[in-house]
Design a protein around this ligand. Structure first.
Ligand code: FSX
Ligand code: SF4
Ligand code: F3S
Length: 314
């Protein structure tokens, strides 16, 4: 175990990540997952000395691959150092070396070998109209692929709003009859929505599984409660109230200091469940409202139709 850990830290150092930085990341991840500080060393072990590396089959349907990009471009975790350290990715169209028939062979071999045991991560929505002919990979429709592979997985994690609820593909007039994976296949999925989703919420879901041997608690829309239990508005630093003839933020600062509330320019924070204000993006640098843009509700079901036209008060 100790040797394994040493090797892990050596590999991290070669990538320019100090042990201190990594422990900071583990603390932030533990807090995001809603676990007490006592779990930080256990979270460290999941990465540094993994007991198991669950096989993962990663499918892409109708989407822009922004979800994979968000994960691969995140400052922490460096995907090759951390995510790929704890998962055994058997198939992933964007990052795998194999192509064409060889890729197809890998997919089928992995599903056969790990039947009932692999985690299926899905990005993108599924076309359901006219037998699903409006979206295909390797001459099979997304619908056929989903029906074949998803039921054989131990768990299906939908990464992004498209696979969770349909996303942009399902926006009116939706000529391909696109739906989220759970809806299209009639199965239960764990949904990590957002367009793109925050990588930390995906990593937290996987680490929860490895650490506690089960998936995190979900809300009635299949979202992990640790990440989607509160609205954006509930956690927003721009939230303010009227006091002594002026607006002050709920945190006590004059509103002008933190930026004015963006409700009047269409902020959907009050009806959007996500943890952007606390977790932020790009290694905790910023998030839409902090950068001055109203939340557009990107992680909610029926994003786009329900949230447009943007920039208009709800
Ligand atoms: Fe959708 Fe993801 Fe938005 Fe894009 O895979 S959630 S369009 S960021 O890429 O599915
Ligand atoms: Fe709520 Fe949006 Fe205003 Fe923040 S900016 S307080 S999320 S309405
Ligand atoms: Fe999306 Fe709103 Fe967060 S637009 S990224 S849920 S602030």
């Amino acid at each position: 175990m100790e040797k394994e850990k040493r090797n892990f830290y050596e590999r991290l150092e070669q990538k320019g990540v100090s042990r201190r930085d990594f422990m900071k990341y583990c603390s932030a991840l533990t807090a995001t997952m809603g676990l007490s500080a006592g779990y930080v060393s256990k979270v460290e072990e999941v990465f540094a000395a993994p007991k198991e590396r669950p096989p993962v089959v990663w499918l892409h349907f109708g989407e822009c691959t922004g979800c994979s990009e968000a994960l691969l471009r995140s400052v922490y975790p460096y995907p090759d150092d951390l995510v790929l350290e704890i998962l055994s990715i058997e198939y992933h169209e964007t990052i795998m070396v194999a192509a064409g028939e060889q890729a197809e062979e890998n997919l089928h071999a992995a599903v056969k070998k790990y039947n009932g045991k692999f985690i299926c991560v899905v990005e993108g929505a599924i076309s359901t109209k006219d037998g699903g002919i409006y979206g295909k990979v390797a001459d099979r429709t997304f619908l056929e692929i989903g029906k074949d592979i998803c039921p054989k997985a131990a768990a299906v994690i939908c990464l992004g709003t498209c696979s969770s609820y349909g996303g942009v593909q399902a926006a009116k007039p939706n000529p391909g009859g696109y739906k989220g994976v759970g809806d299209a296949l009639g199965i239960k999925t764990v949904n990590v929505p957002g367009c793109p989703p925050n990588p930390v919420n995906f990593v937290g879901t996987v680490v929860n599984y490895l650490l506690l041997g089960k998936l995190p608690a979900l809300d009635n829309l299949g979202r992990p409660l640790f990440a989607y239990g509160k609205t954006i508005h509930d956690q927003c630093p721009r939230r303010s109230h009227f006091e002594n003839d002026e607006f002050v933020t709920d945190f006590g600062a004059p509103e002008a200091a933190l930026g004015y509330c963006l409700y009047k320019v269409g902020c959907r924070g009050p009806e959007t469940y996500n943890n952007c204000p606390t977790v932020k993006f790009q290694g905790g640098t910023s998030w839409p409202v902090q950068a001055g843009h109203p939340c557009i509700g990107c992680s909610e079901p029926d994003f786009w139709d329900k949230m447009t036209p943007f920039y208009q008060e709800m």
